[in-house]
Design a protein around this ligand. Sequence first.
Ligand SMILES: [Zn+2]
Length: 270
Amino acid sequence: MNAGRPLAFFDTHCHLQDGRFQPNLDAVIHRAHGAGVTHLVCCGTRPTDWGAVRNLAQTHSAVLLMLGLHPWYVHEAPSGWLEQLSTQAQARDIGIGECGLDFAIEQPDRALQESVFRAHVRLACALNLPLSIHCRRAWERLIAITREEGLPPVGAVVHAFSGSAEIARELQALGYYLAFGCSLTNPENHRAAKAVAAVAADRLLFETDAPDIPPYGSAKGTLNEPINIRLALKAAARVRNTEPSALAACVYLNSQRVFGGLLPKQGSAI
Ligand SMILES: [Zn+2]
């Protein structure tokens, strides 16, 4: 992994606006940059954090902006959230998400989650913006809604993919990219290992979902950081029986294909 040119990484899903990062955020971004993480796709989860995510994107050119309403927060969204999101999306400097379906939470309001999710998909399709999707125990509905609504041609990602290898294949056939993070570092997570092995190289992405899902073996309360994307890549390369450098180069191109339109129009990373 150390031979040749240093590897470049693209964290395709994280939450740098999370309050837990606040005292050390500059150090977190600096550490990531030092380790070759050139871009950080930062996802808003509800209107109350959209301003903070936009500020981060304006302050750090490595931070790419995505805005959405996460399925956990569909009840608390103020009326007018969709108009607000649409207005911001018209400027075409944002991606759409994090949004999606989560039927694993207690008493999910499935109908409300689905209508909110559909609104995101329609917006992303209408403007051809990248889409980042959270999905837990709702694969059947995700697939059905995707068949009805389609996907934005630029790319749609199921982030922190937690399904089986069979579902991974089905989602790929529909046109999805699948993103994996540090859950791959748990040697007991055979399901994730089988799934990451089943994804075609040109459909694979990595992410951290930082500050959540820290690497296996982290002390309790440890925050995950974008620098840890290296560990996810290493674990995936092992399972796929491939060179980390070759995998990193391929996945970096995939990331650029999906999120390249969100890059600042001028200036360099960080
Ligand atoms: Zn997330």
